[in-house]
Design a binder for this molecule. Sequence first.
Ligand code: HEM
Length: 471
Amino acid sequence: MLKEPPHTPPPRQAAEPVPGTQIPSMPGGYPFLGHALQLRTRPLEFVQELRKHGDIVAFRLGTRDAYAVNHPDLIRQMLVTDAKNFRKGRMFEKGRLVARNGLFTSEGDFHLRQRRIIQPLLRRAHIQQYTSTMHQIAHAQVDTWREGQEIRMDRELFDLALATVTRVLFSTRLGEGRSAAVCRSLPVLLEGLGRRAVAPIDLLDKLPTVMNYRFARALAQIRGVIEDIIAEHRSRPAGSEDLLAALLAARDEQSGEGMSDEQVYDEVVTMLIAGTETTAGALSWACYLLSRHPQIQRRLQAELDAQLGDRDVGFDDLGRLRFLHQVIAETLRLHPSTWMLMRSPVTDVALGERVLPAGAIVLFSIYALQRDPSLYPDPDVFDPDRWVPGRTAQLPKDAYIPFGAGIRGCAGEQFARAEMAVILSVILRRFTLQPATARPARPIVRLIPMPGAMPLTVRRRPHGHGIQAVR
Ligand code: HEM
């Protein structure tokens, strides 16, 4: 039996605005570095310490003042109700080195226009059609696994997530060479961006260091792969209905102009970065947690068997797999794909009882929020039953935001949810996952906390051979 969680505690109230109130400061900063060292060397612990110092707490990045916002109502104000008063801030300015003016990093009216073009292609109507390709890709890869094989699950799921984004959204098969290039370069880029976002001084980006050289090389490799994808797509006969075709065909409502080649590149690199390591990380954590909680794994397999019979999962099944969605929800609570995000007020903004100055560096951590013991009892326990309908009624609206919220919330949420559900179903219908080592996984924090090397042993399920592919 799963441990019954205590009732959700009553929500914390955000304070009333009292402009001018002093913002508490985080102790423990170093001269010149401020708290940059803590953010760099033990980021997940540090964002949780920041949370313990109040709803808003001041700290320093080098000699610059920065603020962490920890209360769900205040985070909601930044992301949703007062979003027009915030830009995306320092982290995303650094992100422009890679994603330039793509959907993740662009601002204002330009961002809205691009979002109007891209968002519909990642919504339900298209997901229905994407699900069968997602299934084919997962099926082909998982069927190569052998009974008792030890699998580097983190790598396997990265390959699957990369193949899914490139085949579904760009109708491209990368092949081994280009997949390996992305696999090598993406982590280097994410690590470099994470480092730059919290660096105490900007100059560090520009020095001729080994790390900066590796970053530049990784960027050139990704650029090469994306230029190939776009060139291949352009050389195909018209008729493809994927996201890249829509980007190439899009016209500005007023001027009638199409997107420049540079802009198409920016959106493709954005989708590749936003859509690969995020989903791969979430899937890896889900497999890891299931391997460590055999009862939960068995319960999930029982649901899949009961709902699907001898078929594999299809789009119409997704709504019925309630426990699967609870497992995904709980995985994304414990291991959200972004450990910290940033914003910057465009004008002085009253947030709760404090005022944040225009231009400030403002950090919020979905990781710290979703492990807050005042919101989630036993916050570090993996308990998918927290998400039984009705149990979460007491949670403040934005206490759970793995996909962010508001106009800058994740454009690929429905895509990612469908992809995770399909891949987990395909794996767990055929195999039971067991830890291959007793060593617990330790998150490696780049821009996205990844599980690091995660070997799992796969055990073929006795009736897992007779599954019919989805029609
Ligand atoms: C488990 C998987 C994923 C998680 C947890 C996730 C999470 C997030 C979060 C938290 C944000 C908001 C960032 C902010 O507020 O600053 C975001 C934005 C975004 N995500 Fe995702 N994401 C996932 C998968 C995907 C996928 C598969 C795609 C594309 C196919 C995607 C595309 C984007 C884009 C384009 C944005 C920027 C949206 C904008 O600013 O308009 N994401 N994501």
